[in-house]
Design a binder for this molecule. Structure first.
Ligand SMILES: Nc1ncnc2c1ncn2[C@@H]1O[C@H](COP(=O)(O)OP(=O)(O)OP(=O)(O)O)[C@@H](O)[C@H]1O
Ligand SMILES: [Mg+2]
Length: 374
């Protein structure tokens, strides 16, 4: 099937704790981008506890992501529903369906492939609370993960646990087949005391001993994994010691830098608009919240330096395809690797396949696996 990346960026909104304002923020971000003339697809991937559609006033029965998971439709874009706002469409999440809250890994990859191909400038994925594997996986697969928290101890601790779990999950995925590094990451996850000591720095040290050729891959994770932070229910520009601690902790304990995109004000009257968040944003009472969302959007967009890939080059590959490309790279002439080296390129492939494919194509190297089969 023809699956080509259309969006400039895929954002996911998560945060560990329930009820901190993730879905309302995801909706508001979508409304704001749509008002700016961008086409936006909101996707509710809070599998099993979906409610994003209600914030857009969609209360009648519509197709949902369950229809895709249960194979009633073959393509995700068939599920896009118009909303009351121009440029803004949504794929509704499903009510609880047995087995659906935990789709198999291949199904998650299929969902991501189809999300990537949705016809929109920006895609915003709303994720559920908690640290379920599917939440972590969807978070890790998006271009930019946004963590929403409230300035309260419980929420901040949950946000930290979420970021840590997402980093762990990412590293587990990257190194799952590595005979030395895979098991040491696995062992850390089994023991809570050991888990506390986990950081990218620790992994780097271990890797120096066990498999130094893998160090570029850790650097790649470090560069690529940079969740952004939005703090809800605190004045714009306001500082909070717990939030500062969270950012410091992510840096010190995990070795990752988290960008604070901005705050959202506490707006109790939002409760009057829970079936019409777009209406709230254009109402006088929603002005402060909308202004804050605008600031966050401005901080978010320059951060993504993503371009829409040209032509019919694929942007995502399954494990078998990646393996085949790795073998193909083995066969290439040394002169292809003038600015890099063969091993680094193979490692990068698992992380940023598009960049590697673009590089190879720029060197005049092609393979039919790079392209979409029409
Ligand atoms: N900025 C805000 N000011 C006041 N109340 C808010 C604000 N943001 C969210 N709320 C309140 O919090 C409730 C939950 O918001 P929302 O559904 O966005 O949270 P969530 O994090 O997506 O929850 P869940 O984890 O259940 O998916 C809303 O019903 C609203 O009443
Ligand atoms: Mg929600």
């Amino acid at each position: 099937m023809k699956l080509k990346k259309q969006a400039k960026a895929i954002f996911s909104v998560a945060g560990g704790k329930g009820g901190v304002g993730k879905s309302i923020f995801a909706t508001a971000l979508g409304v704001n981008l749509a008002r700016g003339g961008h086409s936006v697809a909101l996707v509710d991937l809070d599998l099993g506890a979906a409610n994003l559609h209600t914030y857009l006033g969609i209360i009648k029965q519509t197709p949902t992501i369950a229809d895709f998971i249960l194979k009633k439709v073959s393509s995700l874009d068939e599920l896009l529903i118009e909303t009351s706002r121009d440029n803004l469409r949504i794929i509704s999440g499903a009510e609880f369906v047995p087995g659906m809250a935990n789709p198999a890994h291949w199904m998650k990859l299929k969902i991501v492939r189809h999300i990537t191909a949705l016809p929109a400038d920006y895609i915003i994925i709303d994720l559920g609370a908690g640290i379920h594997f599917n939440t972590l996986d969807f978070f890790g697969m998006s271009d930019r993960g946004i963590v929403v928290t409230a300035p309260e101890p419980g929420a901040v601790m949950n946000a930290y646990s979420f970021v840590k779990a997402a980093l762990f999950r990412k590293l587990q995925g990257v190194f799952k087949k590595h005979p030395d590094i895979g098991p040491i990451i696995e062992a850390k996850t089994k023991n809570p005391e050991e888990e506390k000591k986990f950081s990218l720095e620790w992994l780097t040290e271990k890797t120096k001993d066990l498999a130094p050729d893998m160090l570029p891959l850790i650097e790649e994770v470090e560069k690529d994994f940079s969740p952004a932070l939005v703090v809800n229910r605190i004045d714009v520009g306001g500082k909070h010691v717990l939030v500062d601690n969270l950012i410091a902790l992510c840096g010190k304990r995990l070795g990752i830098s988290m960008k604070h995109l901005g705050n959202l004000p506490d707006v109790p009257f939002i409760r009057d608009y829970l079936l019409d968040i777009p209406g709230f944003l254009t109402a006088f009472r929603g002005e402060r919240y909308l202004e804050a969302v605008r600031g966050i959007t401005d901080n978010l967009l320059p951060a993504e330096q993503l371009t829409v890939p040209a032509g019919n080059v694929k942007t995502s590959f399954d494990d078998d395809e990646l393996e085949e490309i790795t073998k193909f790279i083995e066969t290439l002439d040394e002169s292809i690797f003038s600015n890099t080296n063969r091993n680094t390129l193979k490692l990068r492939l698992y992380f940023k396949p598009s960049e590697v494919i673009d590089y190879l194509i720029s060197k005049g190297v092609t393979h039919k696996i790079f392209y979409i089969n029409d």
